[in-house]
Ligand binder design. Structure first.
Ligand SMILES: Cc1ncc(COP(=O)(O)O)c(C=O)c1O
Length: 350
């Protein structure tokens, strides 16, 4: 590997345990109660998950303070988008935004248009004006990869003009703004998605749910496979919901350590811009021309972060909040880098 000043910066470092800061996984593991319930259910794996979908639907409805017929359990965000998009003619997203919506729109044959985000990663005022019947706008709030919240006036405009707003609240528990779930009661066009991968610490099972008006969900239910969620996944979610302190512990940890992670990234001097977000990650922009080399340096030390080009944000890294050990490893690695990718070097090449 070569730095911008032409110096060879390749180093022979022993490869240590990987530090996975690329996909927003729980830094404190899953709920112990979830693991216990999965283990207890293991001797019954020869059985279909009789009654479990209903049990978890009821638990989730109670957790989200809605009625059971306002909850539809789905196999991750992909199935949620597929069944929701079946109700619409056209999909809309934002750029930079979550690439999963684009993938699913293509897979299900729906045209998708991306609304560009401008300064402070907000959509231009009036960009929702042309939307109408048959349109579904899919956005994550907080957004991925930018981690910010959208202007409430824009969200309102979308809800007034498009037939549906698919609001992905995968990162909601980490943010300062309340959920829009209470508004499903008065807005049949509002479809909220909740993932169990982040604040419930269950990324390994790719499981989530749609929350919407019962009549809106009734159009989607027949599109699902028979018993779409397996008993291991259902028991893991049930075990997490029966562990009342867990979600609060995980989200409090992430919020606190997000600030610590932002400080580590800023203090390293390696990045030109660092943004603490409303989600479970921090965004850092490599200094001009250094992104590939920074990524290679981190990878050589077994540290994985997400480069955001696939989300329409090239040159930025999405770095998940990790454990204390993960942050220690990251700090140590960045310290080795700061002499190589320092601001003067960038200025000299502008
Ligand atoms: C906006 C958004 N929605 C959904 C997901 C994934 O959800 P799940 O794991 O439940 O499919 C992610 C994962 O990174 C995401 O960023």
């Amino acid at each position: 590997m070569r730095a911008r000043d032409g110096r060879d910066v390749a180093v022979d470092r022993p490869v240590r345990a990987e530090v996975l800061l690329d996909w927003g996984e729980s830094p404190i593991g899953p709920s112990e109660n979830a693991a216990r319930r999965v283990t207890q259910a293991a001797p019954h794996l020869h059985r279909y998950p009789r009654g479990l979908l209903e049990e978890v639907t009821e638990q989730m409805a109670a957790h989200l303070r809605v009625a059971p017929d306002e909850v539809l359990l789905t196999a991750g965000v992909d199935e949620a988008v597929d069944v929701a998009l079946a109700c619409a003619d056209r999909a809309w997203g934002v750029q930079p935004g979550f690439d999963g919506y684009v993938d699913r729109a293509r897979a299900t044959g729906k045209p998708i248009t991306l609304i560009p985000l401008g300064s402070e990663w907000q959509p231009a005022p009036g960009s929702a004006a042309g939307l109408g019947h048959g349109d579904m706008v899919l956005v994550a709030q907080p957004n991925n990869p930018t981690g910010n919240l959208f202007d409430e006036r824009w969200i309102k405009e979308v809800r007034q003009s498009a037939q549906y707003l698919f609001l992905d609240e995968t990162y909601q528990e980490f943010s300062t703004r309340g959920s829009l779930i209470p508004e499903i009661a008065t807005d049949p066009g509002l479809i909220v998605f909740r993932s169990f991968s982040k604040a419930m610490g269950l990324a390994g099972i790719r499981f989530g749910c749609l929350v919407a008006d019962a009549r809106t969900l009734a159009r989607m239910r027949p599109l699902q496979r028979f018993l779409p969620i397996d008993s291991v996944s259902l028991n893991a979610v049930a075990g997490t919901l029966e562990d009342p302190g867990f979600i609060g512990r995980l989200t409090a940890y992430v919020r606190q350590e997000r600030t610590a992670l932002s400080a580590i990234l800023r203090e390293s001097g390696v990045f030109g811009d660092v943004r603490e977000t409303e989600a479970n990650f921090v965004l850092a922009q490599a200094r001009r021309g250094t992104a590939a080399a920074v990524l290679a340096w981190l990878e050589a030390d077994g540290i994985r972060v997400k480069e955001c080009a696939s989300f329409g944000l090239p040159g930025w890294f999405r770095i998940s909040v990790g454990s204390h050990t993960d942050h220690w490893r990251l700090r140590e690695c960045l310290a080795g880098m700061s002499g190589v990718f320092h601001p003067e070097l960038e200025e000299a090449h502008q």
